[in-house]
Design a protein around this ligand. Structure first.
Ligand code: FE2
Ligand code: FE2
Length: 167
């Protein structure tokens, strides 16, 4: 693929991905305001943006066999853990931005878990197996990720167990 087209697809993928997320968040807000049809509109268009993002990503050859996808996922999480979030956290600390400190810390601590889970998955795939893993729980407040038993409250943010989603 020619360089400029590739850059454009990358940029379009980023934009569509962000629109997808933004519309889902807006849909939740519309639902809270009891505007259910607006919520439905946001959700439907979020889905369309997901399809656009997927098509752009596929076209720029971002999808590979799972072993390689896991390698890419580990690379992303490792960058966040080792470089991005520590640097972002330093700036938030320096500027005394309390909200950003909290949101960055929640992501930073959680990405360490993601990195480790993806590493385990990669090892299993290298042996020609699927990953052996129990129930996976995600905290609806901070995104903390854990395997196995649902705790009474989130070890990262203290939210109650009712906030967790199971996968
Ligand atoms: Fe992550
Ligand atoms: Fe949490």
């Amino acid at each position: 693929m020619k360089k400029m087209t590739e850059e454009n697809l990358k940029s379009a993928f980023a934009g569509e991905s962000q629109a997808h997320m933004r519309y889902l968040i807006f849909a939740d807000k519309a639902e809270q305001e009891k505007k259910n049809n607006v919520a439905r509109l946001f959700r439907s268009i979020a889905h369309a943006e997901e399809i656009h993002a997927t098509n752009h990503f596929r076209t720029m050859e971002g999808i590979h066999p799972t072993a390689e996808n896991l390698e890419a996922a580990i690379g992303g999480e490792t960058f966040e853990v080792e470089e991005m979030y520590p640097a972002y956290k330093s700036v938030a600390d320096l500027q005394e931005e309390k909200g950003a400190q909290r949101s960055i810390t929640w992501a930073f601590e959680t990405e360490k878990v993601h990195q480790e889970l993806y590493r385990r998955a990669k090892e299993a795939i290298a042996l020609g197996e699927d990953l052996q893993i129990g129930d996976i729980y995600i905290c609806g407040a901070c995104g903390f990720t854990l395997e196995g038993q649902l705790p009474d409250k989130c070890p990262l943010c203290g939210a109650s167990s009712s906030r967790f989603s199971k996968f």
